[in-house]
Design a protein around this ligand. Structure first.
Ligand code: PEP
Ligand code: MG
Length: 753
């Protein structure tokens, strides 16, 4: 059964649109369960009906025509209860409704299972039997398991179909695809797909611009692959047995047998560009083999794909680089790299959408640095079908509208205009102090990690750097950067801000920030080898970095060093000893280095309960609210499935923060917050109320937060904090804070967000 399950899910995932996906499902399930009928009803919540969308066994003509009111019939019952219904005599059930249009006879056996995604029933999968039949337990669980896996594939196929025009606009929430906010802002623009080379599935659908040239390109590529295969066959003559060598003959035959080539040419002539024409032809051929009973022949599907990949590789090596980007380019990809991002002129880059990744992926960090809105982790995004489409992305809420309706477009155009107006108004705050209405100052720092990220706004507005993520220069290289090159980098930041303080955080790789040249395989990377855990195990990496930092700061005196991912007090002791050692050695070498203040990030909940012991040993404390929230709530900060649960306004997070602030202040250690929370206007007021003295955020948030600070008194912030701590849900805190901001005329700060 597991085999069948995998096969069905795989086929559904490969289907180009919803109709083909559903027809695979009904056909395969009917056969697997040996039922007389299998049908899929999809629920249309706007029309309040369950619509028959596919069937094998009932009259085909009924598909799309027959529907049941939301709360009627057995299908309605399955949907309401959101659980399977297994009946040996369906007509005897009070909810049974007999429908004639489907060519139905009174089928007795009935098994219906709901298809659910994100707690919502998308539809119902039904199998029927003419005779009374109670489906066996394993059949129920088979269907149940299948339905659970199909929901995502159905949403994917539906969006794919919509995009290729074969599906009308889906109703309800599927009109946008949910991902994770990557970089704030909204964008309306044209999609340009970036794709992995030599990957057939990643090839985007595009029209052929010059079919004759594309055909010539194909012929050249095929000829080169043919040569390559002959050469390989010759080389293997000695080492492979004859039957294995026959594989090469089979592949060569496929190439000369013409169907693969001629069908690709036909597709090009019909208007597809060569790469997607090849992709679709290869998939069609592979699917024929996959349907074969004979296991040996089924295996040939992978040979055809391999052949396709070889031709594609040749095609891509001849494909000219993209010369033109649309005016408002939105880069779309399974993953988008720094190189691709840099390839688009900044004036033309409007946004980034990634099917994978998260807020802390490199591309998201770069996008924030460049002030380009980004949405990450859009798992249902049919990347290959996005090329050239007008799309809207909402980097505040992590949404992508792959085929926006006119009303959505109007709404987002309005938001874009409002954003521009707001930014212009905020400009008036440049140079003004961040002081509350009752005279309490709040220091605003910049979060940064790349020199290119230091926009003029960030460098002129921020009172220093509260978090410099040193891992970025490590991530964009192919080996560990040496002391000199690190030092040059740190010197630039320190000089840019001197005499203002700059907090350089020591290397925080691991977790979701792997280094390509330092692979770490872990099943639980966020709980694994990351941050200072790596530094302690590899003191040579840590010492090189500290030496580079200390030398870079000579004569400037504005360096602070901060340690990430600390769990134990003894770790801080060991690392401060190493810092001392680097300092002493440099002095011995004659360098005029000084020992800078050293601080710790509170990111692991354990430290909340040892805050006094920690504070005693360091010069300052900074709360990494991104990780602290993730670990306190046990919610992976990068997982779109649980993104709803990730909430920095959760009362427990607020309580933990309060405890950290009180503990550190009791020992006169300054406390700042440098996670995303610091740049959130609703949270900033609560942090002010707690007694946090500085907030560190990306450049885009600086003026917004300054506006917030200047609109509240410290005593009002304290009152709000006390009220928030009495609430039980993050949602309630959010509501209360939105109201408080609206009362002082700041509603645009969270409405435009
Ligand atoms: C944090 O965890 O809040 C933080 C600032 O560090 P990073 O986002 O780089 O993990
Ligand atoms: Mg962190």
């Amino acid at each position: 059964m597991l085999d069948v399950l995998h096969r069905i899910v795989q086929k559904v995932n490969a289907a180009p649109d919803l109709d083909r996906a559903l027809s695979v499902i009904v056909q395969e399930v009917k056969q697997a369960i040996r039922a007389d009928v299998c049908s899929v009803y999809l629920t249309d919540f706007e029309q309040r009906r369950h619509v028959l969308r596919a069937t094998h066994g009932l009259r085909r003509a009924a598909v799309g025509r027959v529907s049941l009111p939301l709360h009627q019939g057995l299908v309605g019952l399955v949907c309401e209860r959101a659980e399977p219904l297994n009946l040996d005599d369906a007509p005897g059930h009070p909810r049974y409704r007999f429908i004639t249009e489907t060519g139905e006879v009174p089928y007795h056996g009935f098994l219906g299972v709901p298809i659910i995604q994100n707690r919502q029933v998308l539809g119902v999968l039904v199998v029927r039997q003419r005779d009374p039949r109670r489906f066996a337990d394993e059949e129920v669980s088979f269907l149940f398991t299948l339905a659970a896996q199909l929901a995502g594939a159905i949403v994917h196929a539906r969006v794919s179909g919509e995009l290729s025009g074969s599906e009308e606009q889906a109703a309800g929430p599927e009109r946008f695809l949910q991902g994770l906010p990557g970089a704030a802002g909204v964008a309306i623009g044209r999609a340009v797909v970036v794709y992995r080379e030599a990957d057939l599935d990643a090839v985007p659908d595009r029209p052929a611009e010059q079919p004759e040239q594309e055909i010539a390109l194909l012929h050249r590529a095929v000829a080169r692959v043919r040569e390559e295969l002959r050469r390989l066959q010759g080389q293997m003559q000695e080492t492979l047995p004859a039957e294995e060598l026959a594989l090469f003959d089979a592949l060569l035959l496929m190439l000369s047998g013409d169907t693969l080539v001629t069908q690709t040419i036909e597709r090009i002539q019909a208007g597809e560009w060569v790469q997607s024409a090849l992709h679709h032809t290869v998939e069609e051929h592979a699917a024929v083999f996959e349907r074969m009973e004979d296991a040996y022949l089924r295996e040939r599907a992978s040979d055809i794909r391999d052949l396709g990949r070889r031709i594609l590789m040749r095609l891509q090596s001849e494909q000219p680089e993209r010369a033109e980007y649309p005016d408002r380019t939105i880069l779309v990809g399974e993953s988008v790299g720094a190189v691709e991002l840099a390839g688009v002129p900044r004036s033309r880059l409007a946004g980034v959408i990634c099917a994978g990744g998260s807020r802390s992926s490199h591309v998201a960090i770069l996008a924030r640095a460049m002030g380009v809105p980004a949405v990450m982790g859009v798992t249902d995004l049919p990347v290959a079908r996005m090329e050239g489409r007008e799309v809207i992305l909402d980097g505040y809420r992590g949404r992508v509208y792959p085929s926006p309706t006119p009303s959505v477009r109007r709404e987002y155009s309005r938001l874009l205009r409002e954003e521009q107006v707001l930014s212009a108004e905020l400009e008036a705050l440049r140079g003004e102090p961040a002081v509350t209405t009752d005279g309490v100052p709040m220091t605003l720092y910049l979060n940064t990690g790349l020199v290119s990220e230091m926009s003029s706004l960030g460098t002129s507005e921020a009172q220093g750097v509260g978090l410099y993520r040193t891992e970025l220069p490590f991530m964009v290289r192919d080996r560990f950067p040496g002391e000199e090159s690190q030092g040059a980098n740190y010197r630039r930041v320190l000089e840019t801000f001197a005499p203002r303080p700059v907090i350089l955080r020591t290397l925080d790789v691991g977790g979701d920030k792997p280094l390509p040249y330092f692979p770490v395989q872990e099943s639980n990377p966020f709980l694994g080898w990351r941050g200072i855990r790596i530094s302690l195990d590899h003191p040579e990496i840590f010492l090189t970095q500290i030496r580079a930092m200390l030398r870079a700061a000579v004569g400037l005196g504005n360096l602070r060093i901060m340690l990430p991912m600390v769990t134990r007090i003894s770790e801080v002791e060991e690392l401060t000893l190493l810092i001392q050692r680097a300092h002493d050695e440099l002095q011995e070498e004659g360098e005029a280095v000084t020992l800078p203040p050293v601080g710790v990030m509170v990111e692991v909940p354990a430290l909340v309960y040892q805050i006094e012991a920690l504070a005693r040993r360091v010069d300052f404390v900074s709360v990494g609210s991104n990780d602290l929230t993730q670990y306190l709530l046990a919610v992976d900060r990068n997982n779109p499935r649980v993104a709803e649960l990730y909430d920095e306004l959760h009362p427990s997070v607020l309580r933990a923060l309060q405890q950290v602030v009180d503990g550190a202040r009791s020992l006169n250690r300054p406390v700042s917050v440098c996670g995303e929370m610091a740049g959130n206007p609703l949270a900033a007021v609560l942090l002010l109320g707690m007694g946090v003295e500085s907030l560190s955020m990306s450049a885009a948030s600086l003026l917004r937060i300054k506006w917030v600070i200047r609109s509240f008194s410290r005593s009002r912030a304290r009152q709000l904090l006390q009220a928030a701590l009495r609430l039980e849900e993050g949602g309630q805190v959010r509501q209360m804070m939105e109201q408080a901001l609206a009362e002082v005329g700041l509603e645009r700060l969270f409405q435009v967000r």
